[in-house]
Design a protein around this ligand. Structure first.
Ligand code: ZN
Length: 478
């Protein structure tokens, strides 16, 4: 080796790497151009959804903004699918393959925030996009439109479907859409989620069941004639004590939460009514079900102790996510092709300010492409109704940086970033990564087959059954 050549070779290597990142194959360059052409509209839609911040099943304006833009761009839009006014499917093209992409758009109550790096409500007490779903829905639609344009120009053949999926944060709208068979003709589905890092997602999520427990007693004066009363809130307290004792005897993968929704109104009345929302999670649905049964049984015990009646109602439940490594490898290649997100000095300062205010190390943004991880048998983290989709069609998942490293999720800090350029950059990056991955699927039937084969193998013999109560979805009545 001639050592004098090393600097020359390294310059050559660097310039090669640079050109590899910058020079995209022709159709992928067209995708990038399409997303650039729609960029100002997409940012406008995302910002409008961000400012509206509509919560579960009340996302009327947000759903309409996305569905209208899909329609304006030539998609056939079916609104109000699966009994949910804000759910819709936008379709373009015909024949195989059929590729789906998910778009969420609901906000979280009580975390309204301005696009500032310090806590300041936009509208005190109102909702905010603390999970970045304004970016999620809009970014996915940007990807669907880029693919639609390639189909329209005759460069690829097949069908693209954008699924407008409401109420991810509360009732899990996708379950009703899955139950309606909306993914039955889809070959591969793609999804992404706002995050504090960029990675092709090779980890599952937690399965869960939500149910409501109500106790019914007898009201009485709390001091004058308490012997005439039977307290529903006594039962509620005994019930939560039971759950808390039970924590010691469940596997470490189990999570149990409850939210007291009604524990009585005033101190001088023995409450005749109490209600709580209970959630049980585990890494697999199979591990979850016995814990769920046990936690339900405890309600009877509490009711006997307090001499009251009780009622349990299923709200809904979701499956753990089925990972598809074959699909994630395709996504990974596209992330490497796109390279990291570049941030301005102002954006880095914005990120560091959020880290300072939330007591985190001030390291700024993390936009490097993470290597593909091994899939863990028991991952931590949250749950998503994308899990139910992934039991009905092969699914590829992506996380893209839309907030600084270590940002507390479901908080004002995520809302802040989702309403400014850090969020917008992540959203447009996700549009590119998903559209480029979809393009690879449209162009390679063998790849689609191997992704579907892995899906069938992971699903095995388990038969999917949606965990929902009888009747229509719980749409709030005004
Ligand atoms: Zn989310």
């Amino acid at each position: 080796m001639n050592y004098k050549l090393i600097p020359f070779l390294s310059i050559l290597l660097c310039s090669f790497m640079l050109s590899a990142q910058q020079k995209l194959p022709k159709k992928k360059a067209q995708i990038k151009k399409s997303i650039e052409n729609h960029q100002s509209d997409l940012i406008g839609i995302s910002d409008a959804i961000w400012a509206n911040a509509e919560t579960a099943f009340e996302e009327n304006e947000s759903s309409k903004l996305l569905a209208d833009y899909a329609e304006k761009n030539g998609f056939q839009v079916e609104r109000g699918v699966a009994g949910m006014p804000t759910a819709f499917v936008a379709t373009y093209g015909s024949g195989k393959p059929v590729i789906g992409v998910l778009g969420e758009f609901d906000a979280l109550p009580g975390i309204s925030q301005k696009a500032l790096p310090t806590k300041e409500a936009l509208d005190e007490g109102a909702a905010g996009h603390g999970c970045g779903h304004n970016l999620f829905g809009t970014g996915s639609l940007g990807a669907a439109i880029a693919i639609k344009e390639l189909i329209e120009q005759g460069k690829i053949k097949g069908t693209i479907k954008f699924f407008g999926t409401p109420s991810e944060e509360k009732y899990f709208g996708k379950i009703w859409m899955v139950n309606e068979g909306l993914w039955d003709d889809v070959d591969v589905n793609i999804s992404w989620h706002p995050s504090a890092e960029i990675k092709a997602d090779t980890q599952s999520s937690l399965a869960l069941v939500d149910f409501k427990v109500e106790f019914f007693g007898q009201a009485a004066h709390a001091s004058a004639d308490p012997w005439n009363g039977r307290s529903a809130s006594d039962a509620l307290e005994l019930y939560t004590a039971g759950i808390n004792y039970y924590r010691e005897h469940v596997k470490p993968t189990v999570r149990m939460h409850y939210h007291i929704q009604d524990g009585g109104q005033v101190v001088n009345v023995v409450p005749d009514y109490a209600r709580l929302w209970v959630r049980v999670r585990d890494t697999k649905r199979s591990g979850l079900m016995p814990v769920y049964e046990r936690v339900m049984e405890m309600a009877e015990g509490a009711a006997i102790l307090a001499n009251v009646d009780y009622k349990i109602s299923l709200i809904s439940g979701i499956y753990e996510l089925l990972v598809n490594r074959t699909g994630e490898e395709v996504m990974q290649k596209n992330l490497e092709l796109l390279g990291p997100i570049n941030y301005t000095t102002e954006e880095i300062a914005f990120g560091k300010k959020i880290q300072e205010v939330t007591g985190k190390e001030q390291v700024g943004m993390d936009s490097k492409i993470k290597p593909l991880e091994d899939t863990k048998e028991h991952p931590g983290g949250g749950s998503t109704d994308v899990g139910d989709v992934s039991w009905n069609v092969a699914n590829i998942n992506l996380g893209v940086t839309t907030a600084p490293k270590d940002t507390p999720w479901h908080s004002w800090a995520v809302v802040a970033c989702g309403g400014m350029s850090i969020g917008h950059k992540g959203m447009l990056y996700a549009s590119n990564a998903m559209a480029m991955t979809m393009l690879d699927l449209f162009e390679d039937p063998k790849l689609v087959k191997s992704i579907k084969d892995e899906y069938l193998e992971r699903k095995g013999k388990e038969v999917y059954k949606a965990i929902i109560p009888e009747g229509p979805p719980p749409i709030p009545t005004k």
